[in-house]
Design a protein around this ligand. Structure first.
Ligand SMILES: [Zn+2]
Length: 317
């Protein structure tokens, strides 16, 4: 990449930082009051309200983004009377690299690693949910917007490979701005790589539950997040490819208020259900239990003709 392009990126970052600072200052009094009262101004209802333990607005139930570790803490079975639940953190050996020597990227990564205690924008564990073993991965929204670079792509791929080898279901919580621009083409190829891993897992009959949280966009929507056997979403989650602002600018028209929101995506058949965060664990447990009773048969994923042939063969035997 030439110095000119890097220069353009740095310029853009400076402009964005300046814009952000301006916006922050402009939020004015309400925010100031909120700060003194140790509460925050909710982006949905605009009221200064406390954030609950589930990262919800105490006034209107707005779903704030939730750290990856806490997501998985709340999903897996709690320790039972001192008995360890045999949870295992996976893929801690996967670390990001800087294939384009993108300026400032290495420092940014190091800073976020220190802040989040994660190597990259994911946290993955194997453990039990309602007594059944599963592999669950959550993207970390505070790590470069949960974007997918080589490390995230590798972790998602390995999660499916491990689950396929062990015959375990997979649950993934997406919260992502999409592909990680700092890794250029290397981040884009993760879309193909993760999709291929999902396909192989699916062909083996594995169950994959995808949970889209706010926001699920770009290359993550365009790959593994949309490939779940069952796709759930949290209320109000932004789900799409390009963001509404970009689309509005491109088509020169005003978009409806609920454009790309989970509720609208449900109406359009893009997802299977909108599940409030407080009910998410119960919903996932129920799906896992149902799957245990009636696992997806391999033939569900094969050609119709093959199924008919199998049925005929079984009938004639
Ligand atoms: Zn609110």
């Amino acid at each position: 990449m030439s110095d000119n392009i890097f220069h353009a990126f740095l310029e853009r970052r400076r402009t964005l930082t300046a814009l952000k600072q301006g916006r922050e200052q402009g939020r004015g009094q309400a925010r100031g009051q909120a700060r003194t009262a140790a509460v925050r101004v909710c982006p949905k209802c605009g009221r200064p309200a406390a954030k609950t333990a589930l990262y919800l607005c105490s006034a209107c139930g707005y779903h704030y983004s939730m750290p990856a570790r806490e997501r998985l803490d709340r999903l897996f079975d709690p320790p039972d009377g001192g008995e360890p639940t045999h949870q295992k953190t996976l893929f801690e050996d996967i670390a990001p690299c800087n294939p384009l020597s993108f300026p400032g990227y290495g420092d940014k990564i190091a800073e976020l690693q220190a802040k989040t205690g994660l190597n990259d924008a994911f946290h993955c564990r194997e453990g039990s949910v309602s007594g059944g073993r599963i592999i669950a991965l959550a993207l970390e929204p505070s790590f470069m917007m949960g974007s997918m670079g080589g490390a995230v792509g590798e972790a998602v791929t390995r999660a499916f490979e491990r689950a396929e080898a062990r015959d375990l279901p997979v649950v993934i919580f997406s919260a992502s701005g999409g592909a990680r621009m700092q890794e250029g083409m290397f981040s884009l190829m993760q879309m193909a790589k993760t999709s291929a891993a999902v396909r192989s897992f699916s062909d083996s009959g594995g169950l994959y539950i995808s949970v889209m949280t706010n926001p699920t966009t770009g290359g993550v929507t365009a790959s593994f997040a949309s490939l779940g056997d069952i796709i759930l979403a949290e209320p109000g989650a932004l789900i799409g490819f390009a963001g509404p602002r970009v689309i509005e600018q491109t088509i020169g028209a005003k978009l409806p208020e609920d454009f790309q929101r989970a509720e609208r995506q449900l109406e359009r058949g893009f997802i299977d259900a909108v599940v409030p965060r407080a009910e998410l664990r119960a919903a996932i447990s129920r799906l896992l239990r149902l799957h245990k009773k009636a696992p997806l048969h391999r033939s569900l994923h094969t050609d119709d003709r093959e199924i008919k042939h199998e049925i005929k063969k079984e009938a004639s035997e």
